[in-house]
Design a protein around this ligand. Sequence first.
Ligand SMILES: [Fe+2]
Length: 173
Amino acid sequence: MAPTIASLVTPGPILDGVGHSIRHVSEMRDYFADSASVDAIVGAGDREVYAFWEIEYQGLGNGLSYGMTTVQPGKVGREFHMTKGHYHTTEGDEIYICLEGQGVVILRNRAGDVKECEMRPGLLIYIDAGWGHRTVNTGTTPLVFVSVWAPGIEHDYETVRREGYPSILDAEE
Ligand SMILES: [Fe+2]
């Protein structure tokens, strides 16, 4: 689902435009476990795993940053499509609100404790700053969610890439 950005954005000088990023399988070699499956998918032309739009608050007040993410259905090997996942390196919490699809948010703190939160339309997940987060599409349709976070958060993807992070395997294979 492409977001209706016009309905998300309040135009004004405090917003720093809309960022749009797409993550393909080729860009997630270090995140999926089955490198042979990554090679096969990339060799066949690659494909999108997820895309996100983000609007960073740039004002001096107590504003909010927000965005929308769509994780496409599919698997790489036995792993369901997922976001890279990240930690916040600065204080600042976040909420996810699921609009469409079915999935799981995997939360992990730096002590190694892991929690899983179901995602389905209408559910809101509150993510404390101390917990990393990765979103997994376990369904057969796009998983779409809105995120809202405290401005100024620094995102740490490197720890996830270097140390790994829990994912979800399809039990049927
Ligand atoms: Fe985050």
